[in-house]
Design a protein around this ligand. Structure first.
Ligand SMILES: *Cc1c(COP(=O)(O)O)cnc(C)c1O
Length: 403
């Protein structure tokens, strides 16, 4: 076993908050992001899931006969929950072998004249094939919603993700980079659609003082604890407790309950997010530099493959996503690494049809590649505190496990 450490690395690189971010200021979040990403002004929402619900409600108004939303069978359980809460039907579509992106053949089989939208998903900062989703959507008259919840700042051929399809959304949840503890951003290049999204948001998600107070306190907690000593309390100890109890779904925070809250993201939290956003470009550059230092080493481990980007795409690097040769090798590695405080974890535990608590929401479907991805993948957090010695310890375990 690896030696017990005194501090804890996070599983994903969040942008660390500063106490001065909490000082009152102007609500500069949306214009700051528009400026940095070179996109039209985003609609600010209380979460990524809320952004998706608002998008779906807006699209469904114009297309009331279309009720199906095609999503990757390996994605965040909040996605089918949000679709369900919007009164629509999630359709899980298998992914490409050894990837999380929609499989082109399965995608065409999943789409028909009942399809409202297809949701290509940029997981872990890696870039999905939006062109193929657009082609498939075009065949049946559906819309493309880019799920860029985990990819704020990622660029596809030089342009921000989120805007290649009809619309897209980012998450500002804790652990996804820039955070207002919970928050979301909806982007579209269509001014008409933007106005309709803003109107739907005002109707569906009114101000709620209780939620604002709760999220405000949580944001203060994040500011205090998102550092190696605090993370042990806020992240590592609950993780180890859940794993000891044999509950990996709870360990990675995959357990969500309906209804998902719908309210505004208040002025103060928007100003906090705006302050933090001024550090986002430098933070992303730093994460990318660290990723490029470690990628050649990870790539060289026999039997291990690392998810990377196509030529010309520049994703972000909140964590590394690795595939091991098989479930046994992956589990052997995790036995040593998951509880070691090194920021090694899993992304989502199951393919969507395999979560018992989603039965009745996600239809049963045969999605072998999604199941294989869930069984063979692991992640390494690329936080600012990841040191060479940490990476070396991780790689030694992977080298033993991969062979
Ligand atoms: C987190 C996440 C969401 C939902 O975002 P929240 O802000 O947590 O509601 C949607 N899709 C993916 C891929 C995510 O990781």
């Amino acid at each position: 076993m690896l030696p017990r450490r005194r501090h804890e690395l996070p599983p994903t690189a969040g942008l660390p908050a500063h106490w001065r971010d909490l000082l009152p200021g102007r609500t500069t979040l949306a214009p700051a992001i528009a400026d940095q990403l070179d996109v039209p002004l985003p609609v600010v929402t209380c979460s990524g899931s809320a952004a998706l619900m608002i998008a779906l409600a807006t699209l469904h108004q114009r297309q009331p006969l279309r009720r199906r939303v095609v999503i990757p069978a390996y994605t965040c359980p909040l996605v089918p929950l949000a679709i369900h809460q919007a009164g629509l039907e999630p359709v899980p579509c298998d992914v490409r072998r050894g990837h999380f992106d929609l499989d082109p053949h399965a995608l065409r089989a999943a789409c028909d004249e009942r399809t409202l939208a297809i949701v290509p998903t940029h997981l872990g900062g890696r870039i999905a094939d939006v062109d193929d989703a657009l082609a498939a959507a075009n065949n049946v008259g559906a819309v493309v919603i880019e799920d860029a919840a985990q990819a704020l700042g990622a660029r596809r051929r030089g342009e921000s993700v989120g805007c290649a399809g009809d619309l897209g959304f980012f998450s500002l949840a804790v652990g996804k980079g820039l955070t207002t503890y919970e928050g979301g951003l909806l982007v579209t290049r269509s001014e008409d659609l933007r106005q309709r999204l803003a109107r739907t948001a005002a109707q569906l998600a009114p101000f709620n003082a209780g939620w604002e107070l709760r999220r405000g306190l949580e944001l203060v907690g994040y500011t205090a604890l998102y550092r190696p000593h605090g993370l042990r309390l806020a992240y590592g100890n609950p993780l180890r407790r859940a794993l000891r109890a044999g509950d990996p779904v709870r360990a990675v925070g995959d357990d969500f309950a309906l209804p998902l809250p719908l309210h505004t993201l208040g002025h103060w939290r928007q100003s906090v997010g705006g302050h933090a956003a001024s550090r986002l470009p430098a933070f992303l550059t730093d994460c990318t530099a660290r990723a490029h230092r470690y990628l050649p080493l990870l790539r060289a481990i026999p039997g291990v493959s690392v998810l990377e980007d196509a030529e010309g795409d520049t994703g972000t690097w909140p964590f590394f996503t690795l595939l091991l040769p098989g479930p046994q090798a992956r589990n052997r590695a995790l036995d040593e690494l998951w509880t070691a405080g090194l920021g090694v974890s899993r992304l989502f535990i199951h393919a969507l049809p395999d979560y018992p608590y989603l039965a009745g929401i996600v239809p049963q479907a045969d999605t072998p590649n999604a199941r294989d991805f869930a069984a063979r993948s692991l992640t390494i957090g690329n936080s600012p505190w990841l040191a060479d010695a940490d990476m070396k310890a991780i790689m030694q375990v992977l080298e033993k496990a991969g062979v």
